[in-house]
Design a protein around this ligand. Structure first.
Ligand code: MRU
Length: 364
């Protein structure tokens, strides 16, 4: 997608071919900075410190992290060590393990002398496939937006509510939840997006708003608690969110607060869709609430907030009284019964085992 007229992906091989470039998302929306990852440890830190984030991009960065490890040392020991370090960087997004396992399988079958080249090729394949997959998710999701446009007699823009950032910054390009929006707008369907700010790290206010702003898509940032009110007043046609891990039965882990939006949507009969690449499905799990590991992050992300001062500096300030405890669960689980449909690269599935198996029979 474009930033100020220039095409970007979120991750690419650096010009000298020895490093991997990323956009440092902790600096957005106020500064656009590209950082070069030179080592596997750089990639691990970029994931855990959230310079890159979003399930598909975490997976792609993990894959390139393995390639950086092979550049330093292509031995079996280095392969296992890189997998062990990278897989622990973030626990909820299953795309990370999926990408690392795939890299591990390919490299284990490759002679040591060829591993460096094979690792970069496979990481690039994972990144390119993610772009294709997100584009397909966009096509399938766009049809849902179009049906609302037609149902409303083309009388007004379709209002979509989204949570967190499941946009192109969370993937390699296009996004998952935002891909249908970008495709609909390209087809001439007017869309307006309500963007949940998404405390504590404000991925909605900082990243989704940044993307939509740069793509010229009408949007309004709302506080996390506003969604229910908007839905009660008919101001939301459909919700589309992303996911970090979806169980085989269709339970969905996504950024904390997603569950509350799904409850409000259910109560107000607003369709609630989840967009995901199949690499986000954890076929080994059934009960999301009981089984999906939920990341707990630093309480400082709750007690402090970062923003632009009137002097143009980016500063972090304390919000809560010194001494008040805080807790920071990164994700929650929305049970399948609250999900209208799962928008995948192969079509829209019912959020159920049968629904998913119908589209992905190879996992029967
Ligand atoms: O903590 P984050 O910013 O990595 O969380 C991201 C989300 O929850 C996204 O909605 C999810 O990864 C889907 S991204 C296409």
């Amino acid at each position: 997608m474009k930033i100020d007229g220039k095409d970007y992906r979120t991750i690419w091989l650096s010009e000298d071919g020895k490093g991997v470039d990323i956009i440092d998302q902790t600096r957005l929306p106020h500064h656009l900075e590209v950082v070069t990852l030179r080592t596997m440890q750089d990639a691990a830190a970029a994931i855990s410190d959230m310079l890159v984030r979003g399930a598909p991009l975490i997976g792609a960065t993990g894959a390139y992290g393995m390639a950086l490890a092979m550049q330093e040392d292509a031995s079996d020991r280095s392969l296992t060590a890189a997998h062990d370090v990278l897989v622990k960087t973030r626990p909820t997004a299953v795309n990370l393990k999926w990408a690392l396992d795939r890299m591990g399988r390919v490299l284990a079958d490759t002679p040591q002398a060829n591993r460096r080249q094979a690792a970069y090729q496979e990481a690039a394949r994972i990144a390119d496939e993610d772009v294709e997959i997100c584009s397909s998710i966009g096509e399938h999701g766009m049809a849902l937006i179009e049906s609302h446009w037609l149902r409303n007699g083309k009388s007004r823009p379709v209002n979509v509510l989204t949570h967190c950032n499941a946009g192109w910054l969370a993937t390699v390009d296009w996004g998952t939840a935002t891909a249908p929006i970008y495709k609909a707008v390209r087809k001439g369907i007017p869309v307006h997006v309500y963007v949940d700010e998404t405390r504590p790290r404000n991925q909605g206010a900082s990243l989704t708003a940044f993307e939509l702003n740069r793509e010229g898509i009408p949007h309004t940032v709302i506080v996390d608690n506003a969604g229910g009110h908007l839905m009660q007043h008919g101001m939301v046609d459909l919700c589309i969110v992303g996911t970090d891990r979806t169980t085989a039965s269709g339970d969905v882990a996504n950024k904390i607060g997603t569950y509350l939006k799904a409850l409000a949507a259910h109560d107000n009969k607003v369709p609630f869709y989840v967009a995901l690449p199949s690499s986000t499905i954890d076929w080994t799990m059934d009960d999301g609430v009981k089984e999906i590991p939920i990341e707990t992050r630093s309480e400082r992300e709750v007690t402090h907030i970062t923003g632009l001062t009137r002097h143009g500096a980016v500063e972090t300030v304390q919000l809560t009284p010194t001494g008040s405890a805080a807790v920071n669960y990164g994700f929650d689980v929305t049970p399948a019964r609250l999900v209208t449909g799962l928008i995948t690269e192969r079509g829209v599935a019912k959020a159920s085992r049968d629904g998913l198996i119908g589209l992905f029979p190879e996992f029967r």
